[in-house]
Ligand binder design. Sequence first.
Ligand code: SF4
Length: 248
Amino acid sequence: MSVEALSSLDFFQQLQTHFSQIWQALRGRSELLDTLLMRAWQSFDLNVASQCEGLPALDCHKGCATCCTLRVTATAPEVFMLARFIRAVTPGLMKHGVDLRAQIAQANDVTCGVGEAGRVAARQRCPFIAQGACVVYQVRPLACRGLASYDRKACAQAASCRIDEIPYSEPHMQVRSLVQNALQSAMRDAGVAWGNYELNQALLTALDDDTLEARWLAGEDVLNAALVEEVSAQEMAHAFDLLKPAHG
Ligand code: SF4
């Protein structure tokens, strides 16, 4: 399904239904979260590609991590998948003197509780940047996937607080929002905490207690201390109820 072929509402509803069906089919199985996220990223990639046809080329490139000083938020499945990924790669990275958990903790000391504007001013880079590249690129959150720029000079100027406006790609932002909201709505229907969490703080929490994924799946809001509410949960829940498919 594509946003282009469907209205945004139809796209959201079909994706939300699809995520809910995956949840029902895989509830209690270890592949649930990975399957949900693979589908979310696949849907994001396909739709962004089709919507960007005919638009100017992006100016993002490997080695540029200017936007990786912005606050990153992620849903619980994204946090838990990243935590598993970090646990898996840590022994290999430690041999090269790279301690991702320590890097996240150092970043969190600077970013914990700091809002969007404060994050830009602090210029704290994401703990996953190494030589300008993202070491967790394959499992980076939707928030990272949804930021793409037509002008990297403007990104650099904004990062040093010289301008406010960055020509971000609208399709990337719109599709990220639709995919993430459809996922959150399906999580809400499944009875798990469906908020958006500040990445550094949530990841540290998840890395330090490997029982949290199971407890979250059982309905506990285990990442709540890192919750970011740009829009209140009540407003979002109301919107999800209005947007839900008639049979949902
Ligand atoms: S996770 Fe990767 S893409 Fe996202 S902010 Fe960090 S370095 Fe950048």
